[in-house]
Write a protein that binds this ligand. Structure first.
Ligand SMILES: O=C(O)C[C@H](O)C(=O)O
Ligand code: SF4
Length: 517
């Protein structure tokens, strides 16, 4: 095999997967955009999402800054040299990282050190299988961490909030799947896709669930019971009212694929792999001699390029009652300005903000801040950054990360340093809400995955601290213009996330009655 050419083919696969959303996923997102009611927060968010998909296409840049744990599934003809192929994939991964198509995402779990090139123990994941066809089938999924964290595994029988007992039968499985969508709320960047694995053990069950994510969105399950269950879930999970980003709305789930395997008598697992809307998976057929790509997979049907505003969006522009007032904030922000904000307000930020995610929050809880954060804004974000020849940093992708992970620290840090606003996604909990009220702070929700859209708002990188945490975890000093976000937790004790969680739990309870005998 021409291994240089194979490496180039793998590089192409990586870049396309990170930057160009598959056609079937685009069609599902378009259908969702058409279902949402004009002028709602969910409709506006979907607008940002479709814009972002187009920008990623045009810029050949990551759709979302979290390019995940690259996972390859490769089928090779008998006799192909898998050791050589693995090395070529490693090289292609390192090159794509250097070119800003992947974020350096491989972190030493004990020291916290980022390898910088996405290579390291266990990363990337490459799974080989032999087959009797005469070509190589190479598929890649870039599944981000926020949705990975919302995966869930049930061991039946179990008790589920809202639904009661889930037993060891099809109806118990149905309850688990409905619950899995509910428990993800907006935190995995809904609307999402789920792959479900029934049976197996704890690891093969999850593998089976993830395997389902390689099926196309429009694929129909040949197994009659599973087809019926997939359709049931698609119809009813969308009645939970979680909506885009957990803002409430008509579309919570864009796809549900279920697989089954045997189990042993004592175990009965239902494993659910949750994938965000930024569902990046592609595949190629490669010639085993020349190493060249013969064919791209997931290419059937129409490609929506999102260049034209959908009819729905035009309708929104016409029908929207009154242009919502947009409040402009520029740090340093006063307590009075914060107290005027209420859940639902749209905020535009001009000026400085500082990124801070997991490592920074832990660090700030027992260290001084490298910059004065009084009246400032913290952005939960781990960007993709590239340095030019003059040593200047450029933002390649910069959407929000899931905020709830900072819940143990957030309130204390805001009070300690006088921080007035945090931006993230998915909302935060009771401890932060209480601190916002006491101290005079606000939580702003940005659209998860819209990494190109937000990168475009960042006009310059003014500095960086704590680079020892690695690129995604450092504190970047960003100068922004027109950075738009929605107040979802205010300083008066209101939280949209709490409201949606409560109402979706009530709706979930409507599905407690037996459906399958
Ligand atoms: O790591 C990130 O930047 C985002 C992550 O995928 C998340 O959804 O929280
Ligand atoms: S930020 Fe959202 S869209 Fe991006 S990987 Fe995480 S869950 Fe997916």
């Amino acid at each position: 095999m021409n291994i240089e050419k194979f490496q180039e083919s793998m590089y192409e696969l990586i870049v396309e997967t990170s930057t160009n959303l598959p056609k079937d996923v685009r069609r599902a997102i378009k259908a969702a955009a058409e279902r949402e009611n004009a002028g709602t927060r969910s409709a506006m968010s979907l607008d940002t999402i479709t814009n972002n998909i187009k920008m990623a296409d045009d810029n050949v840049s990551p759709i979302c800054q979290d390019t995940g744990l690259p996972t390859f599934k490769i089928k090779t003809p008998v006799g192909a040299n898998q050791i050589e192929m693995k090395k070529a994939i490693y090289n292609a991964i390192a090159q794509a990282t250097k070119d800003g198509k992947l974020r350096p995402n491989s972190v030493d779990s004990l020291t916290g050190e980022n390898s910088g090139d996405n290579l390291g123990g266990g990363t990337p994941v490459i799974k080989f299988e032999q087959w009797e066809n005469d070509y190589i089938d190479a598929r890649l999924i870039l599944k981000g961490g926020g949705c990975e964290n919302k995966n869930i595994q049930y061991s039946l029988p179990t008790e589920l909030e809202g639904l009661g007992r889930a037993g060891r039968d099809l109806d118990g499985i149905r309850k688990c799947i409905m619950h899995s969508v509910y428990q993800a709320q907006g935190q995995g960047c809904s609307a999402g896709f789920i792959g479900v694995g029934i049976g197996g053990d704890r690891s093969s069950g999850y593998d089976l669930a993830k395997e389902q994510l390689f099926r196309t969105v429009e694929d129909v399950n040949p197994h009659e019971d599973l087809r019926s269950l997939e359709e049931y879930v698609m119809e009813n999970a969308n009645k939970l009212g979680i909506g885009t980003m957990g803002f409430g709305g008509e579309t919570t789930l864009l796809g549900c694929k279920i697989g089954v395997m045997n189990r042993i008598p004592a175990s009965f697992y239902v494993s659910v792999a949750y994938n965000c809307w930024a569902y990046r998976r592609l595949g190629v057929a490669v010639n085993p001699e020349s190493g060249e790509i013969q064919e791209w997979m997931y290419q059937e049907g129409e490609k929506i390029d999102f260049a034209q505003p959908a009819a729905q969006e035009i309708a929104a522009a016409v029908e929207a009652p009154v242009e919502q007032d947009v409040v402009t904030l520029t740090a340093p922000i006063t307590e009075e300005q914060i107290r005027e904000l209420k859940v639902g307000d749209v905020v535009r930020i001009d000026g400085m903000m500082y990124t801070g995610r997991d490592a920074i929050h832990k660090y700030l809880s027992d260290h001084d801040s490298p910059v004065d954060l009084n009246g400032q804004i913290i952005y939960h974000c781990g960007p993709v950054m590239l340095k030019d020849e003059e040593g200047k940093w450029h933002v390649k992708a910069a959407g929000p990360t899931t905020s709830i992970r900072e819940e143990p620290y957030q309130g204390d840090i805001m009070k300690k340093f006088g921080i007035r606003a945090v931006i993230g996604k998915g909302g935060m909990g009771a401890k932060t809400l209480a601190a916002l009220k006491e101290h005079g702070g606000v939580y702003l929700n940005a659209i998860g995955g819209a990494a190109q859209y937000y990168a475009d708002c960042i006009k310059s990188v003014e500095g960086v601290d704590l680079m020892n945490f690695g690129i995604p975890e450092a504190m970047w000093h960003l100068n922004v213009e027109g950075f738009t976000a929605v107040v979802t937790m205010d300083s008066h004790g209101n939280s949209l996330h709490e409201d949606v969680e409560k109402s979706s739990l009530e709706k979930l309870a409507q599905f407690a009655d037996r459906v399958y005998k």
